[in-house]
Write a protein that binds this ligand. Structure first.
Ligand code: GDP
Ligand code: MG
Length: 601
């Protein structure tokens, strides 16, 4: 394809503002999907995406478009549309998608106005030098206020309110005009066709039949079928089995040239062989320099995952191995816990990522899992100068600690004026530092905070929503680390620490944590033959204490001596029950008690 005819663009928006629906309409209006094949959120291919109505993996589709109106009327263009995930956990994928485009359609729900991720995505687009077309969506809604939000949007990006297009992804109203404007306003790709090939990987997925499918945008040169390609970050060389474009199913092609977006198949089985952000070149004539911006996705949040039924462990391990093929950001290693048995310590990009992985494991692999309370990664400097990176609270060092560092994020909260007080109170309670405050319009305020990541991975988002009746929105990005006064709280059962409940918390919150967990365990653990103290402790210092009083479990006494078979039956039954008991020191605890204590915390 002549690069002059190509327009590569993405649609960016706050979650639920209608990206996927607009993408659907574009597929239909350009004729690549006919009405019969059409289904909602066509590009959201994973079940879980369709059910939750969110986009997790980016997708790219090629669409022909003949300009209908204006001075370019009749021009045949080739549009490559890249649908992006809208959630904070997947910001890195969004940023890679953006880097594959020249333009971005910034979509804003005309009944909602600008939200936190509208801003975050806009800033990402501007950082990538993309031309932005502001678009108000859902104008069919009775509650739509396009005039009001056109003002807001124009103010934000520095254009005139009349430059904001108005569409309905649902009815298709305004969408043909938007497609015309995409051709008119966005610039075609520029690249050096004669140079050694360089293509940027913006996504890769594992397909059971084909292995890894890598989505690329060619920047310079040309990639031809049957060549050997090289991944520039690792130097790994692969045979290219097939390449092509997505329109919207895979279509084989002979080559991908400057500006083209398409897929590569090498037969490799693990997506980590073709990492998002990496540069692909041709082995026989490799480029000298990789394209910028490659970054290893680093887990931000860790949690222990355990099969509720210990005999599921081998299946669980296989399931993780399979999911890993599809998710370069998933990390895991085996761990064991006195309370929960054998499992894995898993690293995730964020809480949504954790939830999605867990749900996929349970659903696609039929596993019942329990996850320990999520924690962030801490860096501990010891007095002797050594450094320990802690991803599991039970591995917190015991020696003399000099300093502890925790990750922090830059958070942006957008809220109606009325809730500013409530939001500030919440952020302060979570050890936040206010960095700035701006009025986007008369009644909409942007608050910028620095917050410890540990404080927002819990129920921050739920709290934010409930304190603002659902009106506030949140976006955050990692912003380094800060020194903090953190302590490790251990929970001891009859003097033995229960690893699954150890937590690293701020010193001001340690007491509260200890009291809560101790009380919870007391109500969940059955009485034993002897008295069992439950203690919360920081090092040797006990900060909270509960006691489970002793009972005499004299079940056999009920059998009045004589009936031996009945006695035996009772003993058998007790043995059955013991299988699901975990021993913590001398204390027998039903696994259910641990599970209940963890899942309600
Ligand atoms: P995404 O998260 O940005 O991909 O948003 P979706 O496309 O999944 O849309 C979120 C919700 O808004 C869905 O329930 C859509 O049916 C609805 N929606 C999207 N576009 C429109 C529109 O133009 N008009 C109306 N009334 N609803 C829409
Ligand atoms: Mg979507």
């Amino acid at each position: 394809t002549d690069p002059g005819r190509i327009r590569n663009f993405c649609i960016i928006a706050h979650i639920d503002h209608g990206k996927s629906t607009l993408a659907d309409r574009m597929l239909q209006l350009t004729g690549v999907v006919d009405a019969r094949q059409m289904r909602d959120q066509y590009l959201d291919r994973m079940d879980i995406e369709r059910e939750r109505g969110i986009t997790i993996k980016s997708q790219a589709v090629r669409m022909p478009w003949t300009v209908r109106e204006g001075d370019q009327q009749g021009e045949h263009a080739v549009l490559n549309m890249i649908d992006t995930p809208g959630h904070v956990d997947f910001t890195y994928e969004v940023s890679r998608s953006l880097a594959a485009c020249e333009g971005a359609v910034l979509l804003v729900d005309a009944a909602q106005g600008i939200e936190a991720q509208t801003l975050a995505n806009l800033y990402l687009a501007l950082e990538n030098d993309l031309h932005v077309i502001p678009v108000l969506n859902k104008i069919d809604l009775p509650a739509a206020q396009p005039d009001k939000y056109a003002e807001e949007l124009a103010h934000l990006i520095g254009c005139r309110p009349e430059d904001c297009l108005r569409v309905s992804g649902k009815t298709g109203d305004g969408v043909p005009h938007l497609l015309d404007e995409i051709v008119r306003q966005f610039t075609p790709p520029t690249g050096d066709a004669a140079a050694p090939a360089r293509a940027m990987i913006f996504d890769s997925v594992y397909d059971v039949y084909r292995g890894v499918v890598t989505y690329v945008r060619v920047i310079d040169g040309r990639i031809e079928a049957r060549e050997r390609i090289k991944m520039m970050s690792t130097g790994a060389v692969h045979e290219l089995l097939e390449l092509g474009v997505i329109a919207p199913e895979m279509e084989k092609a002979q080559a991908l040239g400057v500006g083209e977006v398409g897929y590569l198949i090498t037969g490799v089985k693990d997506v980590r062989q073709s990492r998002v952000g990496d540069t692909v070149t041709i082995n026989s004539r490799p480029a000298k320099e990789a394209l910028g911006g490659y970054k290893d996705p680093k887990p931000m949040v860790y949690s222990g995952l355990y099969p509720i039924d210990g005999s599921d462990y081998p299946d669980f391990r296989d399931a993780l191995d399979r999911l890993k093929l599809n998710d370069a950001a998933l990390h895991y290693e085996p761990e064991s816990s006195a309370a929960l048995g054998f499992g894995f310590r898993c690293g995730f990009l964020g809480l949504l990522h954790l939830e999605i992985i867990r749900e996929r494991l349970e659903r696609e692999f039929n596993l019942d899992l329990i996850s320990t309370a999520p924690n962030v990664v801490y860096r501990v400097l010891m007095e002797d100068g050594t450094e320990v990176v802690v991803t599991n609270p039970s591995e917190y060092p015991t020696g003399k600690i000099a300093e502890v560092y925790e990750p922090v994020v830059r958070a942006t909260v957008l809220t109606p004026n009325d809730y500013v007080g409530a939001v500030m109170e919440l952020c302060q309670g979570r050890r936040g530092t206010l960095r700035g405050m701006d009025y986007l319009s008369a009644d909409r305020v942007e608050l910028r905070y620095t917050l410890p990541l540990a404080e927002i991975i819990y129920d921050f988002f739920d709290q934010l929503k409930s304190r603002t009746k659902g009106y506030a929105s949140l976006d955050y990005e990692p912003s380094g680390e800060q020194m903090a006064e953190l302590v490790k709280v251990d929970i001891l059962l009859h003097g033995e620490a229960v690893d699954a409940f150890s937590a690293i918390v701020h010193k001001d919150k340690a007491y509260n944590y200890g009291v809560t967990i101790a009380a919870k365990l007391r109500s969940l653990i059955p009485r034993q033959q002897f008295e069992v103290p439950i203690q919360a402790a920081i090092g040797n210092r006990v900060i909270a204490r509960e006691t489970i009083r002793a009972i005499r479990k004299d079940v056999l006494a009920k059998c009045y001596g004589g009936d031996i078979t009945r006695k035996r039956k009772l003993l058998e039954k007790q043995k059955e029950g013991k299988k699901r008991m975990k021993m913590v020191g001398r204390v027998e605890v039903p696994q259910e008690a641990f599970i209940a204590a963890l899942s309600t915390s």
